[in-house]
Ligand binder design. Structure first.
Ligand SMILES: C[S@@+](CC[C@H](N)C(=O)[O-])C[C@H]1O[C@@H](n2cnc3c(N)ncnc32)[C@H](O)[C@@H]1O
Length: 292
């Protein structure tokens, strides 16, 4: 069973507000997003239908196309800042067409906040491991809720960006270890050190590079989940997100169920979907959650 749920502006626990981050429309292989005071028009191969609000698209400040890159009326090399409730993040128009922020992760923010706070009220500070942590949105949510976070990403640039986001959010003084490392290699070493985590977050890409090591989702994810299970405390919460059709909800859920030895029914499987102001829908993958 896949629950279809979306983050709505009225969700009080959500970080999203209607004015800061919103999908405006999607279609013809593209998406139109508002991120703070910028509107961006980017390719999205999954947006198969026609745009539902063609009049919205001329509002784009920047447009990305493979080849020429970013073009438009604003300087694409200028970072800008977006406020999400108590958090502040810096966005940048990257060479690959990204912005350092995935709005579909907002769906997981309220859940993560609740998981951390539930443990924090029981006494000891929860230890959270964030793998493929990118620019750190989930690290900020966990730290803000009272966790000690180990933030792991292979790219030094992403680590620096995430640290800047922590500073902008007033969380620089929180207990966060910022590690430029390979996710699988790091987890194996933590197992040898008998380290334990109360919550593990994984947002693996299809492919990735960490030094000489290559990450391949299709061949490596089961091994990584097994390695994570070995460093999970007995009632650890787990969040696995996937963004490629090849690694579908059923496979993700059965991999988490097998690795953490929990029945399939203990897992919440959420379709990550953004619904545009225009009514257009974008499927952006799946979240599998083991909450406690
Ligand atoms: C956030 S994930 C990508 C998931 C994304 N939401 C998507 O749509 O595909 C990408 C991050 O994983 C990092 N990464 C790639 N390979 C890695 C590895 N072997 N170990 C740790 N981090 C890695 C990248 O540097 C990047 O910041």
């Amino acid at each position: 069973v896949v629950h279809h749920r979306r983050v709505t502006p009225s969700d009080p626990a959500s970080l999203e507000t209607a004015d800061t981050v919103a999908l405006l429309d999607a279609g013809a292989g593209r998406r139109l997003d508002r991120f703070g005071d910028r509107v961006l028009d980017r390719p999205h191969p999954g947006a198969l239908a026609s745009p539902m609000d063609p009049d919205a698209w001329p509002a784009a400040d920047l447009r990305f196309d493979r080849g020429p890159g970013w073009r438009g009326r604003l300087d694409p090399s200028e970072p800008w800042v977006v406020r999400l409730a108590t958090l502040t993040v810096e966005l940048r128009a990257t060479e690959s067409g990204g912005v350092g922020f995935f709005p579909e992760q907002l769906e997981n923010a309220a859940w993560l906040d609740a998981q951390v706070r539930r443990r924090a009220t029981r006494g000891a500070q929860p230890e959270v491991l964030n793998l493929f942590a990118h620019t750190g949105l989930l690290t900020l949510v966990a730290a803000n809720a009272g966790a000690a976070v180990t933030h792991v990403d292979a790219a030094r640039g992403a680590i620096a960006w995430a640290r800047r986001n922590a500073e902008l959010s007033g969380l620089a003084g929180r207990p966060v270890r910022w590690l430029a490392d390979d996710a699988l290699g790091f987890v194996r070493r933590e197992a040898r050190r008998a380290q334990r985590y109360d919550g593990i977050l994984l947002d693996p890409p299809s492919y990735g590079h960490a030094g000489r090591r290559t990450w391949r989702l299709d061949t490596d994810v089961v091994e990584l989940l097994d390695a994570c299970a070995a460093i999970a405390s007995p009632d650890a919460f787990v969040l696995l997100t996937g963004h490629t059709p090849e690694y579908d909800a059923e496979r993700m859920a059965s991999d988490v169920s097998a690795a953490f030895r929990v029945p399939r029914r203990a897992l919440e499987v959420v379709a990550l979907e953004l619904v545009a102001r225009s009514g257009a829908r974008l499927g952006l993958g799946t979240a599998v959650r083991l909450g406690r």
